[in-house]
Design a protein around this ligand. Structure first.
Ligand code: ADP
Ligand code: MG
Ligand code: MG
Length: 887
């Protein structure tokens, strides 16, 4: 029989699995001797047991009673005592922080009698006591009893209107008592029962509500997005209430030990006087910057600064903090290692190194390839003519352009049909999550950098501008009005800059990011972020074992990839060398009836392709260039069968029959396939279409010879696609060797080259040992290998049944995005072992999309590939992740 309850004084920060993040950190702060209101944590194990059995474990109630009794003894007060009540908060806290996902109930223990006790306890502060009670009713009503919060908001709005009150602070004690009565009625009307007066029952129901909140829709959506396992459960924290709403010498606030948006050093946060709980983040009144606390209450401010320094040193990272001041006494209510933007992540990591708190290996672990990718997003072009609609806070960086929409449902619908939308709200709450996920950007007119919108957007990497107060947002009318009277209605395009907080009318063109400009060799950008990225990248390069090559088909792409740090081309597709003007030559080749016509078509293609390779070898001088012989089915280069049939019929009717068109039509019909992806493509083309691969080989090697004559250092590697058996590969390799001998002879010197194969068919995996006898390298074509292993057509599935598969959790992410370790990954591992057993120096790489995917890169490192190859823009991401894999 396990224990289900731990006192705050018992745990520590490493017990997140059991105590949840909040509980573990409350325990840690208690252990550090910081002022944390005493309390206890009900474990995630209790939650799991409750969710599994549909009821609390037998011993739980009794354990809670024991810890409650201890707490009452410590505090010298009894829960809900009519004369001198102890009040507690009930707060959820899972292992991974899920902002705004779970619900908190404050002031548990108040009822019609103990509210009078609270008046006495507070020295006759009636307003405070009734304010606390009405808050309990609305929080409990909403969270525990499931009453929609609008029901409570309507009541307070009505009362404020009646009293002509601008804010809740203008309501008197009598007003709040009246509001409490109204809330009691609201609860009765909506639930058919009374608010429970028994404090212990309040506590039990609140704990159960927290357990239940694990499975709410919004929590489920968030977990799926963040790939948080669904079976962890949440802990529940029960803590002594401290009050920020007892007067102007009290208040509540949120703080960060560094700026979570930019990473800049210094102290950031928001403070609200005479307020409780989530008033700060809910944006109900305007907060003041944390720095103002220095003038409001210097002693508390100084103590808070000390504590923040302690926490940052202790956690060796940016911390975020929730605190409350009760009549000039500071209380710590929460801390955790804080979320931050990508930009901030890099900057904070290297600055912590400079401050001696962590080393570079640790810094490398503090950033991710996904974060680097967001920093490579384009930014707005500031030169462009544009109209500023307003300005808010730079809550989450990036440049987002889209149609303004004013509710979550519309956002989700429009996004589903492929539109970019910006979700515009006065403020957001957890119900808006669906729309926030769907939107490319989020804009609010209220709330600070710690508002719900800001926190959630940062977590998701969404661009967000919040608190743009000059915008008058009218959600019902689906429009907002700016201070100069401009009206933006649903569907109008706007551009928001989450890095500066600016909001622009229409579409503002975007340009390359500073980080990309740095990678491109531009030395004029000297931002802190750019410097930080450069240092982290240097270290990643030092640490990584995996090479990083690029998929590039043109000299321009090759040159860019090289600037981005590519150490070669891992996949140079040759398809484009048959397109454009050259299509006609391909047609000639296909309809050729005599050997002369056939050879003439290939001879005409040869010099054109030689020139293509020349440019690529020049751009990649001294580095390997892996050229894939032509792979796609040839019909892709021919006219569409139906179009051609119509043309021929027309010409025939008009008595203008064209024999070339007739021949083309016949050829196209002959080559038509039901399933071209499983048809005449890859190595099969080389075998069925004599001369084709030989021409390509000649173009490659002659270009290499020409580069050598010019003093260059070309490193061609010829790669045969879609091989299934050693015999296929052997036939092609023999042909390549024959051409190579001819080219060497003509050049009068040896042109170095290697011949290898793609491994992209399950059969090739199984035959890897026999193929490796003659292949010098393998490159895993994981796109086809995934397609062929699962039997999925990549071009079709993503739009058909994949969403159902993802929803049902059959896979957490598309196997075309992240390599399926257990299936396709097992094949890769097998081929590596088989191949290396035969040829220990077999060179191994991967050239599918997975080569640029962080999680897959870690797998490729683990199975011992030599390099990954990915698109030029992913090269820095791959370098970083390869470094993280080894550090
Ligand atoms: P979240 O997980 O959404 O951050 P919390 O459990 O931190 O929710 O609760 C929200 C807020 O409620 C806290 O930031 C704090 O202001 C207030 N709160 C929670 N516990 C207490 C307490 N014991 N005394 C006073 N205020 C509290
Ligand atoms: Mg909350
Ligand atoms: Mg909190």
């Amino acid at each position: 029989m396990g224990r289900y309850v731990y006192d705050f004084a018992e745990g520590n920060k490493d017990q997140k699995d059991l105590l949840g993040g909040k509980g573990a950190n409350l325990a840690e702060m208690t252990r550090l001797g910081l002022p944390v209101p005493p309390g206890f944590t009900i474990t995630t194990e209790a939650c799991r047991a409750y969710l599994a059995d549909g009821r609390e474990p037998d011993s739980l109630g009794e354990e809670i009673d024991r810890h409650l009794a201890l707490l009452e003894q410590t505090m010298g007060r009894t829960l809900g005592d009519p004369d001198d009540p102890l009040l507690v908060s009930v707060r959820s806290g899972a292992k991974f922080s899920m902002p705004g996902m779970m619900d908190t109930v404050l002031n548990i223990g108040l009822n019609d009698r103990s509210v009078e006790g609270l008046v006495r306890q507070s020295g006759g502060n009636e307003r405070f006591a009734w304010d606390s009670y009405r808050r309990l009713l609305s929080m409990f009503g909403e969270t525990v009893l499931g009453v929609h919060k609008d029901a409570f908001e309507d009541e307070i709005d009505r009362l404020k209107a009646e009293r002509g009150a601008g804010s809740d602070l203008d309501l008197t004690a009598d007003d709040l008592r009246e509001l409490t009565r109204a809330y009691e009625r609201t609860i009765r009307e909506h639930t058919g029962r009374d608010f429970p007066q028994d404090p212990r029952e309040q506590l039990a129901l609140a704990v159960r509500a927290v357990f239940d909140s694990w499975n709410t829709e919004r929590a489920t959506i968030y977990r799926r997005r963040e790939r948080i396992p669904t079976d962890l459960g949440t802990a529940v924290n029960v803590g002594t209430m401290v009050f920020g709403n007892g007067g102007m010498d009290s208040g509540t606030g949120v703080a960060f030990t560094r700026d979570p948006a930019t990473g800049a050093q210094g102290v950031y946060g928001d403070y609200l006087q005479n307020a409780q709980g989530e008033d700060v983040v809910a944006g109900i009144r305007n907060t003041v910057p944390l720095h103002d606390l220095e003038t409001i209450d210097k002693a508390c401010f100084d103590q808070l600064m000390d504590i923040m320094a302690t926490l940052e040193h202790h956690y060796r990272d940016l911390c975020d903090i929730e605190f409350t001041i009760e009549h000039g006494k500071l209380w710590m209510l929460q801390t955790r290692v804080g979320k931050r933007t990508a930009q901030a992540a890099f900057r904070i990591a290297v600055e912590l190194v400079d401050e001696g708190l962590i080393d570079m290996d640790e810094a490398l672990q503090r950033v991710t390839g996904a974060q680097l990718a967001t920093l490579m997003f384009p930014q707005f072009n500031s030169e462009h003519e544009r109209h500023l609609l307003g300005r808010g806070m730079n809550a989450s960086p990036g440049a987002a352009v889209g149609k303004a929409v004013f509710d979550s449902t519309t956002a989700a619908e429009w996004a589903a049909r492929g539109e970019d939308v910006i979700l515009v709200r006065r403020e957001t709450n957890p119900d808006d999550l669906k729309g926030m996920v769907a939107a490319t950007g989020i804009l609010t007119s209220r709330g600070g950098k710690t508002s719900h919108a800001a926190v959630v957007a940062r977590g998701m990497g969404r661009t967000c501008v919040c608190g743009a107060e000059s915008l008058d947002v009218d959600v019902k009318a689906r429009r907002f009005t700016t201070s100069d009277g401009t009206v933006v209605s649903e569907g109008d395009v706007i551009s928001i800059n989450g890095t500066t907080g600016e909001v622009w009318q229409g579409e503002v063109p975007v340009m390359a990011s500073h980080v990309v400009r740095h990678f491109e060799g531009d030395t004029s950008t000297d931002e802190a972020t750019v410097r930080a990225v450069a240092r982290v990248m240097d270290h990643a390069d030092k640490r990584r074992r995996l090479g990083v090559h690029a998929n590039a088909d043109t000299p321009d792409d090759a040159a860019r990839a090289r600037r981005f740090g590519a150490q070669g081309i891992g996949l140079c597709r040759t398809e484009h060398m048959f397109l454009g003007d050259r299509r006609e030559l391909v047609e000639h080749f296909i309809i050729a009836e005599t050997k002369e016509e056939h050879d003439a078509a290939l001879d005409a293609l040869l010099p054109l392709q030689r020139k293509d390779f020349l440019g690529i070898f020049e751009a990649m001088d001294g580095l390997p260039v892996t050229v894939r012989l032509i792979d796609p089915p040839l019909h892709e280069f021919l006219p569409d069968m139906t179009d051609l049939a119509v043309l021929v019929a027309h010409e025939d009717d008009a008595g203008q029959a064209d024999s070339k068109h007739h021949k083309m039509l016949e050829a196209v019909k002959r080559m038509h396939e039901q399933n071209p992806m499983l048809g005449l493509r890859g190595v099969r083309l080389g075998i069925a279409m004599p001369g084709l691969f030989a021409m390509q080989t000649r173009a490659i090697l002659e270009a290499a010879a020409e580069r050598m004559t010019a003093g260059g250092d070309p490193r061609p590697e010829i790669m045969v696609p879609l091989v299934a058996t050693a015999e296929e590969f052997e036939l092609v390799r023999a042909e390549i060797e024959k051409v190579a001998a001819e080219v060497n002879e003509e050049a009068g010197f040896e042109v170095p080259y290697a011949v290898g194969t793609m491994i992209e068919l399950p059969r090739a995996v199984l035959a890897a040992d026999s193929i490796a006898k003659t292949a010098q390298f393998f490159s895993f074509g994981t796109n086809d290998l995934t397609q062929m292993t699962w039997g999925f057509s990549r071009d079709d599935v993503e739009s058909s049944f994949f969403s159902a598969y993802l929803d049902k959790g059959i896979f957490p992410v598309s196997p075309f995005e992240t390599l399926d370790r257990d299936g396709v990954g097992a094949l890769v591992r097998y081929a590596v072992e088989k191949g290396r057993a035969v040829r220990p120096d077999l060179h191994l790489g991967v050239c599918g999309e997975h080569g640029g995917d962080p999680e897959s890169i870690h797998f490729f490192d683990e199975v011992g590939l030599d390099y990954v190859s990915c698109s030029p823009f992913r090269v820095p991401v791959a370098r970083l992740e390869a470094g993280r894999a080894s550090a």
